[in-house]
Design a protein around this ligand. Structure first.
Ligand code: NAD
Length: 469
């Protein structure tokens, strides 16, 4: 364990040589991130390629033992990591936010270490014996976003290492310190060269995605960037796992008790102040309970404190950056101008420092309104009225993305029947966005392809090899 200042100093660039990262809650400097370029990327890939054969040769059990020690290291430095994450990303320490995210890093490392993956015997009939193995890929590139920087890096790095690969990480330009700090802590236990962070911009991301020596890219970010990565990786026929944008629908069935689901609906939509890929972004409510659901959600939302993440009382924070703040503010204003009814929020306090946008609920809004149809990625939830289940399913499936979805009902059979009709990688029932390291997660449609977590997630970080004889 070390102090917050020691951790920050260990990852910061020399004064005057880096890029100053500002706290989105206050505008105060958090630290100086190193500015790495393509030459640093080359050095990281060379080191990763050199370290990979010995790491692969250790075998699953020895690699898993190292990952468990890395999880212990995260727990030893959990509070320092959470403090830095809160300052840089903006998310509060409490609620399902910074401490929760650091806890998830340890949990996913342990899960990657503990998930069994034995070779599968496909055929053994006396004449043919065919076994399916998963061999290491080599060097894996990991490119991540700014909303859950530590957790998503762990989702990419932990299974890659478990499967005998080494990893070069390109964090978001908005949250490099969080990822550098996480890697610094993991590297207290990992052999040298296995995990390197290259704190660069889009040019470094592009170079990583097209590099001859990178066998696979794990990418989490927007659909537009995912498409660019498909193009950059084409010439080297790289394997890809793409976790892209979403715009998740939730459907509340008739007969559901609004007060019983309001708290879970709120967190399904507002976790990380709405800056979550698999958050509930469009809520479809049956006409018979529409007003009651709006009222119950408003009561829950207005009781949630928003403010500086370091204040232990807060559970909602600022938007991470000005661009995202503008997206949310513009979409809500356009919705209001179109005649939609703002039930709560929608009037940011411009005298306050930081990118704070209040928790906002918007009712009586059309399905085609941009606040519904576009991924706003912030603390605003449009609530759309529907008359028949067919109409709700059609509206939910109307977009070209399909990461998650949810159905809310006191009748599990009815909920499962509707869930089966939704075009999304995961459909939750009476919850939304609950990821679990044992359960595969991935998108449908333009929300991406490839699965993370569980045995399926490990297989995605290996090259399938059949031995047939
Ligand atoms: P982004 O696509 O703008 O950036 C993500 C990363 O890609 C950054 O590190 C960036 O530097 C890099 N990058 C940008 N252009 C690149 C290029 N041409 N080649 C290679 N790398 C490049 O995404 P963001 O704004 O940081 O994150 C928000 C988005 O991520 C949202 O759409 C959200 O839904 C999505 N997201 C998805 C998941 C998921 O699991 N599906 C999880 C979190 C976030």
């Amino acid at each position: 364990m070390e102090t917050y200042d020691a951790l920050l100093a260990a990852i910061s660039s020399a004064p005057g040589t880096g890029r100053t990262i500002l706290d989105p809650a206050t505008g105060a400097a958090v630290g100086e991130a190193p500015v790495h370029g393509v030459a640093d990327l080359e050095a990281a890939i060379t080191a990763a390629a050199a370290a990979q054969p010995a790491w692969a040769a250790l075998g699953h059990d020895a690699r898993s033992a190292v990952l468990l020690k890395a999880a212990d290291a995260v727990e030893r430095s959990a509070e320092e990591l959470a403090q830095l994450l809160s300052r840089e990303q903006g998310k509060p320490l409490n609620g399902p936010n910074a401490r929760f995210e650091v806890g998830a890093c340890a949990a996913w490392l342990r899960a990657a270490a503990g998930t069994p993956l034995a070779p599968e015997t496909l055929v053994d009939d006396g004449e043919t014996r065919a076994d399916l193995h998963y061999r290491p890929i080599g060097v894996v590139g990991a490119i991540g976003p700014w909303n859950w920087p530590m957790m998503i890096t762990t989702w990419q790095v932990a299974p890659a290492l478990r499967m005998g690969n080494t990893v070069v990480v390109k964090p978001s330009e908005y949250t490099p310190l969080s990822v550098l700090a996480l890697a610094k802590v993991l590297n207290e236990e990992l052999p040298e060269g296995l995990l390197t962070v290259v704190s660069g911009g889009r040019d470094v991301g592009e170079a990583l995605a097209s590099h001859q020596s990178i066998g696979k890219v794990m990418f989490t970010g927007s659909t537009a960037t995912g498409k660019a990565i498909i193009r950059s990786s084409a010439d080297t026929v790289k394997r890809l796992t793409l976790e892209l944008g979403g715009n998740d629908a939730g459907i509340v069935l008739p007969g559901t008790d609004p007060r019983a689901i309001a708290q879970d609906l709120f967190w399904g939509a507002f976790i990380n102040t709405g800056q979550t890929c698999a958050a509930l972004k469009r809520l479809y409510v049956h006409d018979s309970i529409y007003d009651a659901v709006c009222e119950a959600l408003t009561d829950v939302a207005k009781a949630m404190p928003m403010g500086n993440g370091l204040d232990e009382n807060n559970v909602l924070g600022p938007l991470q950056n000005k661009a995202q703040y503008d997206v949310v503010a513009n979409l809500v204003e356009a919705a209001r101008a179109s005649g939609a009814r703002v039930l709560l929020g929608g009037n940011p306090d411009s005298s306050r420092p930081g990118y704070f946008y209040p928790a906002t609920l918007v009712a009586d809004i059309d399905n085609g309104n941009p606040l519904v149809a576009e991924e706003q990625f912030g603390p605003a939830l449009p609530i759309i009225r529907y008359g028949s289940i067919d109409e709700a399913v059609e509206m939910a499936n109307d977009l070209d993305v399909g990461l998650g979805a949810s159905v809310w009902s006191s009748d599990p059979a009815a909920a499962r029947a509707v869930a089966a009709r939704l075009e999304a990688g995961t459909v939750w029932i009476n919850r939304h966005g609950a990821v679990d390291p044992r359960i595969p997660f991935g998108g449908a449609k333009q929300s991406g392809y490839g699965l993370e977590f569980g045995a399926e997630g490990l297989k995605a970080l290996g090259v399938p090899q059949v031995i047939n004889g």
